[in-house]
Design a protein around this ligand. Sequence first.
Ligand code: MGD
Ligand code: MGD
Ligand code: SF4
Ligand code: MO
Length: 710
Amino acid sequence: MATAHRTCPICDAVCGLTLDLDPDGRVTSVRGDPDDPFSRGYVCPKGASLGQLDADPDRLSGPLVRKDGEWVTATWQEAFEAVEQGLGRVADRYGRQALAVYFGNPTFHTMAGFMYRMPLTQALGTRNVFSASTIDQMPKHVASGHLFGDPFAIAVPDLDRTDYLLVLGANPVESHGSLCAAPDFPGRLRALRRRGGRLVVVDPRRTRTAAVADEHLFIRPGTDALLLLGIVHTLLAERLTRIDLEVEGLEELRRHVAGFSPDAVSPACGVPADDIARLARELAAAPSAAVYSRIGTCTSEFGTQSNWLVDVINVLTGNFDRPGGVMIPEPAILEIFRSGQPFESGQWRSRARGLPEVLGELPVATLADEIETPGEGQVRALVTVAGNLALSAPNGPRLERALTGLDFMVCVDPYLNETTRHADVILPPPRILQSPHYDFLLLTVAVRNYTRFSPPVHPLEPGQLSEAEILARLTLIAAGQGADAEPGELDEAILGQVLGERAAELRPGLTGDSGPELMLDALLKLGPYDLTLERLREHPSGIDLGPLGPRLAGLLRTPSGRVELASPTLLAALGRLRARLAAPPAEFVLIGRRQLRSNNSWLHNVPALAGGSNRCTLHIHPADAERLGLGEQALVRSAAGELVVPLELTEAIMPGVVSLPHGWGHQGTPQRVAARRPGVNANTLTDESVVDELSGNAVFNGVPVIVSAP
Ligand SMILES: Nc1nc2c(c(=O)[nH]1)N[C@H]1C(S)=C(S)[C@@H](COP(=O)(O)OP(=O)(O)OC[C@H]3O[C@@H](n4cnc5c(=O)[nH]c(N)nc54)[C@H](O)[C@@H]3O)O[C@H]1N2
Ligand SMILES: Nc1nc2c(c(=O)[nH]1)N[C@H]1C(S)=C(S)[C@@H](COP(=O)(O)OP(=O)(O)OC[C@H]3O[C@@H](n4cnc5c(=O)[nH]c(N)nc54)[C@H](O)[C@@H]3O)O[C@H]1N2
Ligand code: SF4
Ligand SMILES: [Mo]
């Protein structure tokens, strides 16, 4: 029996896995890799089913092209020729702005997604660039951009050393963390408490994370910014600050938070004023403390303000860039995504709604507008890479209808699913275990500096294409070089750019079996630890690069060269929060939730993960269900649409709040296991017309709804 080492590619926790393989190369078991210095043998049910996911018989084994409304299998050459014709036709007739591209969540995990994203975007030559960032973490980038001048200066809690962790809008015991790579997050939280630390969770649901915490506070969805303002107010009013960094704007901040005392914000956010003030005092008094926030705060109306205030508190309490507080990891690679230029957004605006560009992209929440609104620049062709917009975008059904009106659509995706079924061409990457793996991005938000490379477990079969080659050839087609162009030349051009003036010196010595591996070797050699791909290959269980340390000074890019606590843009946006203090709350608001044995939309076809508690139900408080006279199901209506959903009564949710997981609603696709328990699409209810103003991020939490008997 052979074994292979592999980093789990599913979620952000980057667990090291050991796979047992039978003589035919089939995975017979998956265990946590005990020799991995970071994950130390941890594995969750999703990682344990990697073999089933990899061998899913419903994955596409070759390209599909739609002819006269029917899917036909095609050769790669035929498929690329169809792409060349389809994109070419639209670009020739309507110009490059008629092309759009969407990069989905797995492009943040795959090596090919990292390497070819920029080249493909540039080759398409369009401003209609979209990614999962604006249905996820864009508020965090904007907040860091304003505070530190670097939108990628994303600090993570020093989980293994902190004395106090305040978690808002995250449920890492089920999600295993996000913008915070920490294998065995649940174990690390237990360890925090064992060493005498304190864990406090703020969430409209008493989650599994809340269950392992010292304290849980319910909060009315969408009001974290108010709670956080109350904390900032207390820190300043009671002179509890301990500022170790050079900051700008403390006095402006003080003036602007004056109206947000705990007493003032408490009625709107539903957290008692005494608790708000106490949180501030506890954060200030703890030997070290970290405030950590995620999806619940990002995908809400005041996402950017919430994430700004989180780091303002980390700075004011002396915990930013400090062991035990929050710190910015130092990954093994050269971080080519840092531009070195001060952060700026709104360099262009979306055509239909005038929403600002951020990090070179536009909000997913306005993609349907861009497809449907006639005129110069109307989107008529779409490229998706690893995305399932029909299920993951706000008002997915509207976007899905818009997709049917496109002149051409090509998807790089292993499945024929709710989104790709509208394509003209589907280009499937090979199986997971046939691809090399390195977490270029996730290791930049790891709670320990650490590195690990996994070579492919299985070779490509004759005629099969790697995801790298698929994306390279798409890029070359987009650049006008045709379906026959050689990917090798593109790879050399990218490597040349990455190596810059050291190209002549370093290029001859680079090793790797593919473009992305060569790129990894280059970035390691240019990185801060003097590593090489060869060295990583010698350590298949990974290499520990030590605990996090302070590094903000080298990253600050604000105009003042200091931490800017009071960016005028953010202060100006406080007006809407002030108005919110007096606004009457909606009778019901919808929020989401993640489930341990699921990952967004694409794991529901794995038999080992289906069933049990993994159900698409609406959580509602029993008192609410009784008051409304609800039975097994409810009708839920919002400004965007309506759904009939099975109910699950639980006292773990706040009265007035209902929760529905996303990624469900599997209809009309050939995924046989998923089709047996399709669930409903939560994004039928989310409203694409409402966004977090400063980042354009979608609002999935705090959606006003009306709940009634069906
Ligand atoms: N098992 C599993 N793991 C996953 C995923 C998955 O689908 N399943 N998805 C992955 C992805 S793409 C991501 S981005 C991460 C996300 O990781 P997390 O951010 O941990 O995501 P959730 O588990 O959805 O936790 C969000 C929490 O916010 C709460 N919440 C909702 N609204 C509010 C609010 O207004 N205020 C506050 N304070 N809380 C609120 C919800 O009740 C929920 O408990 O997880 C990743 N990991
Ligand atoms: N209501 C609501 N909606 C949400 C959220 C929420 O909390 N609530 N969360 C949002 C968040 S945080 C995110 S990240 C988005 C996710 O949104 P998306 O990224 O659009 O959706 P996923 O469900 O992750 O779909 C991933 C797609 O990639 C394909 N895929 C998987 N592996 C690979 C691979 O290796 N290569 C390629 N080319 N394709 C691959 C899958 O088949 C699937 O089609 O959803 C968002 N939508
Ligand atoms: S926690 Fe995430 S990375 Fe770890 S095994 Fe589970 S799915 Fe994979
Ligand atoms: Mo995400």
